[in-house]
Design a protein. Structure first.
Length: 190
């Protein structure tokens, strides 16, 4: 099996800035682990996604944005910018999607043959929204995924634990591991 890729799900100001209604209180610790993983994997194997508010408002997304009006701003608003340092972690353009889940044509094209052949490490925010939506769709498509538990930031600890538990039910497509376990596993002779 070839070397893993890393997908950093939505490292954006809207999820990291303490002033945002959607800020994860766990972001700071997760961000440290994300940078460790990206340094280990390298920019050629690291991908970064962004959630953008560009969904069709005639669908249920219209109701969603009426519930969260602070987020119903143009995709160019600074709320949707990557956090400082995120763009430098990848050699690729961001994967921009108007959906919670990022598993789609853009991500599959970026991964190429590795989409189902190589393991994909998943980190980012929010464990209980965009991370879980990405992981379950990718598992259903036959990808091999490792959710790096301490490199994911949830809306709160209870929701994060529930999301991790749910993803753990999708083995063997989905495994859970800490950053330390991923890095130690990468050092072991294969």
């Amino acid at each position: 099996m070839s070397a893993p890729h890393l997908l950093i799900v939505d490292p954006q100001r809207i999820f990291a800035d303490p002033g945002s209604d959607w800020a994860s209180p766990l972001w700071g610790e997760a961000w440290e682990r994300i940078r460790e993983l990206a340094a280990h994997v390298g920019p050629e194997r690291t991908l970064v996604s962004r959630w953008l508010p560009t969904a069709d408002r005639t669908t249920s997304w219209g109701e969603y944005f009426r519930t969260w009006p602070f987020a119903d701003v143009p995709a160019t608003d600074p709320l949707y910018d990557l956090v400082d340092g995120a763009a430098e972690l990848t050699a690729h353009p961001t994967i921009d999607e108007p959906t919670f889940g990022k598993w789609g044509p853009q991500l599959r094209a970026s991964l190429g043959e590795a989409a189902t052949a190589a393991p994909l490490l998943i980190a980012g925010v929010s464990t209980d929204c965009c991370v879980i939506a990405t992981v379950l769709a990718a598992a259903d498509a036959g990808a091999r995924l490792t959710v790096v538990t301490d490199a994911c930031a949830a809306s709160d600890e209870a929701n994060g634990a529930a999301a991790l538990h749910t993803m753990s039910l999708f083995g063997p497509q989905v495994t859970l591991a800490s950053t330390a376990e991923v890095l130690v596993g990468a050092e072991e002779p294969g």
